[in-house]
Design a binder for this molecule. Structure first.
Ligand code: BGC
Ligand code: BGC
Length: 844
């Protein structure tokens, strides 16, 4: 099963099984490199096999090194250890710096200034100034902070910033010069808000598109990463020059996630790469040498592992290879509490990571205990003094280069740079270049001058959906067009261009029309997700609404154009068959006008821009989702790597097979809401007296009359749960729905419907829990549960069957209903075995 929960459960189970977790024996004293290497021969790298790269000499010029040496001679052990710890702004205040001499802060996804993740740009400036002032007010060596943020498709945490297409779209453009210019624009927008450092470029080479982070990678073939890593690094940082910090308007980069984050088994986020060292070198090393040669100042270690050993503890990779043949002179930062996943470590303590080669620990919420335990480890020699000094030197060197010691901040506060006309034009150019034309039957595109155009699909006028994950919020959910005052939706761009060509455009989300249009454009696709919440089991595009719309329009004799938004190639053959033209638009961001630039012709009917994008990811022939990468034996895609039609060179694709290759209804019958996601084919539905609303995926939503609403909350991981608030205004239900499945075997086998829950406000009336029509009364059970504590409830399927569930055709595997006020959070809704811990509440 692909689930963070199961991974945690396995880790927790190891001691119970009596197996000593690997390395635990020497974790107390800190392992020697040799101990780590001898632990796992198949996850020990051999430096002699790796190619050579080198940080530019200008990174460690004599003046910088002398400055660092002098500074270190004045630093206490506390100050040195502080350099190795990074805290998230959601849990540290400037005042804390008086007590804790930390070296770095970050703003993670959904972490905004003073708790406001939609704070305007000026607040971000104020925040960085407040932290900087606090660091400068410290007694002692007064080492400035380095402040990092995920600016991974523009300065995407800051409202009003230019949001560029995610990397998957940029990969389709195959344009290194464009990449450099995007790096420059991004750096400028970050620098004016006072941050010093971005956690990018992402150099992942995604090999299994079921991975939720596929869209953060440029391509399945590392040739693209090799050609982009240098230009992106230079765009962000500029060229390093001896004796000088980065030029104003530039920021430090961080090549991530080292290594093979895109190579995990079954595309599981934070999972394991099961492969050889040669594959690491040939495929996943990809853009790293180029980024190092270009002077990238930091590298982020990957959450993931190699043959069972997590990278954050792999000395052979982080030290022997990265500082050996790869010649990296910057510093290595770990990922978000990744150290806590190492054997013998916890989020609060992990000398092993530092000893393996992590220079700075990303400890968003655990920095206090981690600082204390790391200090203790340094005092007692568990972390050798030489190793600590090396880490600190690397961090300080990068800080000098990043310019944090500069007395002035030349561009900070110049908010006119945020979404400047030049940056917006660049993003629009990037959108144009990223579009890939998969089909264009009968030359329906470009749309002719003067045409009457119907624009359908709920994504047409939704900038948040076009921007995807890592936009304002970590998951990119909950954004509306009002959050992007600088942006233009795809609809907005089409409307403008059609008018300019002398035609008319009409927006109709469901595709209904009164006057028959000449052509219809339907914009649809995946809704936003990030990291593990985006992992999927198949590449089937599940929602059926867009297909119905396309078919209706076609049946009415209207030519159809699909604009498909997604973070990965998906099996969409039915949708492609129902479209005359089909455009893969990826996650274009805030400049939706770039779509119309290519799709809508000029007043003379000529294309204004031709398509330039070609697939950097193979498009699948079925939905199964098995790894599909060009060059592999038996490679058989629907559209191959490098494919892309143009106006100049078209071709007919004919009718595609609609055999999905997976039984959606049976492919997943036992997981409904896991790891913060509704698992296909399941989605959430909210109903009250006014009808029903189907948000389907995780987002803030409510039933038509507000009888019940839902929002993401934290449980086992960030945003891994859902909170249902019943307002008490009348009967309301929250339920999970999908294609009917047969649970006869499961109910005979005494499996139970299992979920975690937390009562946030006790039920004021009776509450029912049902599967299909089988309902049991859980009022007393919920009333008896202590408030605000997570517990697990397991109700036997046989009990629900006896209560009236048609267990052979279950389309609703979970439903809560009540008429009265009640607030409950739930997570991990799935079938689970009976371990003598199941119940059968009374039937009403
Ligand atoms: C992600 C990184 C990101 C970091 C800070 C982690 O969960 O894996 O890509 O840079 O968080 O937000
Ligand atoms: C942070 C992300 C981080 C994630 C990891 C989120 O709250 O904002 O940056 O990657 O947690 O679980």
């Amino acid at each position: 099963m692909k689930s963070a929960v199961s991974r945690l459960a396995i880790a927790a189970a190891i001691p119970l099984l009596g197996l000593a977790p690997l390395n635990v024996a020497f974790a107390q004293n800190g392992p020697t490199p040799a101990q780590i290497s001898s632990a796992r021969p198949d996850s020990t790298a051999h430096p002699a096999l790796w190619p050579h790269a080198a940080s530019p000499a200008a990174m460690s010029d004599a003046r910088t090194e002398a400055f660092v040496t002098e500074l270190m001679s004045r630093m206490t052990l506390e100050e040195k250890v502080g350099q190795t710890i990074q805290a998230d702004i959601s849990t540290i205040t400037p005042e804390d710096l008086a007590t804790y001499p930390l070296g770095s802060i970050l703003a993670g996804g959904s972490s905004g200034p003073w708790g406001d993740d939609k704070a305007p740009a000026q607040k971000w400036v104020d925040l960085s100034r407040a932290f900087r002032a606090a660091a400068a007010a410290r007694p002692g060596a007064k080492v400035p902070l380095i402040y990092g943020i995920d600016a991974v498709h523009g300065h995407n945490n800051v409202p009003g910033a230019t949001i560029f297409p995610h990397n998957i779209g940029l990969g389709a453009a195959r344009d290194p010069d464009l990449i450099r210019r995007i790096g420059e624009a991004t750096a400028m927008e970050v620098a004016v808000t006072g941050a010093d450092w971005t956690f990018g470029p992402t150099l992942a080479v995604p090999r299994d598109d079921r991975w939720g982070r596929s869209y953060e990678g440029y391509a399945e073939d590392p040739e693209v990463q090799r050609s982009y890593a240098g230009p992106m690094t230079l765009g962000l940082q500029g060229e390093l020059s001896a004796d000088h910090p980065l030029a104003p308007g530039h920021i430090a980069g961080s090549a991530k996630h080292f290594l093979a984050d895109g190579g995990t088994f079954e595309g599981e986020d934070q999972g394991d790469f099961k492969g050889t060292e040669q594959e690491l070198i040939d495929i996943h090393l990809g853009g790293y040498p180029a980024a190092i040669d270009a002077g990238v100042l930091s590298v982020m270690a990957s959450f993931s592992g190699w043959n069972g050993v997590k990278h954050s503890g792999n000395h052979s990779l982080l030290t022997d290879v990265l500082r050996g043949p790869l010649g990296f002179e910057g510093f290595v930062v770990s990922d978000w509490n990744a150290h806590g996943q190492l054997p013998g470590c916890t989020n609060d303590s992990c000398p092993l990571a530092i000893n393996a080669g992590i220079d700075m620990l990303m400890a968003p919420d655990t920095w206090k205990p981690l600082y204390a335990s790391t200090l203790e480890a340094a005092r007692t020699g568990v972390i050798p003094a030489a190793r600590l000094d090396e880490a600190v030197r690397r961090i300080l060197r990068a800080k000098v280069k990043a310019g944090v010691f500069r007395p002035d901040r030349p561009v900070e506060g110049d908010l006119s740079q945020i979404a400047s006309p030049a940056h917006r034009a660049l993003a629009r150019e990037a959108v144009r270049e990223s579009l890939v034309l998969l089909k264009n039957e009968g030359s329906v595109l470009p749309i002719r001058a003067g045409a009457r155009v119907l624009v359908a699909g709920s994504a047409a006028d939704d900038i948040g959906q076009a921007a995807g994950g890592w936009t304002l919020a970590w998951q990119g959910t909950g954004n509306t067009n009002a959050d992007f005052p600088q942006g233009q939706s795809i609809w907005g761009g089409i409307d403008e261009a059609v008018k300019a060509s002398g035609g008319t455009a009409t927006l109709s989300a469901d595709g209904a029309f009164t006057d028959k249009p000449d052509v219809a454009i339907v914009v649809f696709g995946e809704t936003p997700y990030a990291e593990f919440q985006g992992d999927v089991d198949t590449l089937d595009f599940i929602p059926t609404g867009p297909l119905e719309t396309l078919r209706k329009l076609k049946a009415a004799g209207i030519p159809t154009v699909s604009v498909f938004l997604s973070g990965r190639p998906m099996w969409t053959n039915p949708e492609i068959n129902a479209s005359d033209a089909f455009v893969a638009a990826w996650l274009p961001g805030t400049e939706g006008g770039g779509v119309a630039d290519v799709l809508i012709g000029d007043a003379a009917g000529k294309p204004r821009h031709d398509f330039r994008g070609t697939l950097s990811f193979s498009w699948p022939k079925n939905a199964a989702g098995a790894p599909l990468n060009h060059g592999q034996p038996g490679y058989d895609p629907q559209f191959a790597y490098g494919y892309g039609l143009t106006y100049a060179h078209g071709a007919s694709v004919g009718t595609l097979s609609e055999e999905s290759g997976v039984e959606t209804a049976t492919s997943n019958i036992d997981h409904y809401f896991v790891d913060g996601r509704y698992v296909a084919p399941w989605g959430v539905m909210l109903r009250d007296a006014g009808g029903q609303n189907k948000p389907g995926t995780v987002k803030n939503a409510s039933s038509p009359r507000g009888g019940v609403s839902v929002r993401p909350i934290d449980d086992l991981a960030q945003e891994s749960g859902q909170q249902f608030v019943f307002s008490g205004s009348g009967p309301a239900q929250a339920f999970i729905e999908g294609t009917p499945v047969d649970l006869t075997r499961q109910s005979n086998g005494e499996l139970a419907l299992s979920f975690r829950y937390r009562i946030d406000a006790a039920p004021q009336g009776s509450v029912g829990l049902s599967v299909g029509q089988g309902r049991v009364d859980v009022t007393e059970l919920f009333r008896a549960a202590p408030l605000r504590q997570w517990r697990t409830l397991k109700v036997r399927l046989s009990c629900l069957r006896d209560a009236g569930a048609d267990i052979a055709h279950v389309d609703v595997p979970f439903r809560l209903d009540t008429d009265a006020a009640f607030t409950v959070s739930v997570s991990e809704i799935e079938l689970a075995p009976n371990a003598n811990d199941t119940v059968c509440p009374t039937r009403p």
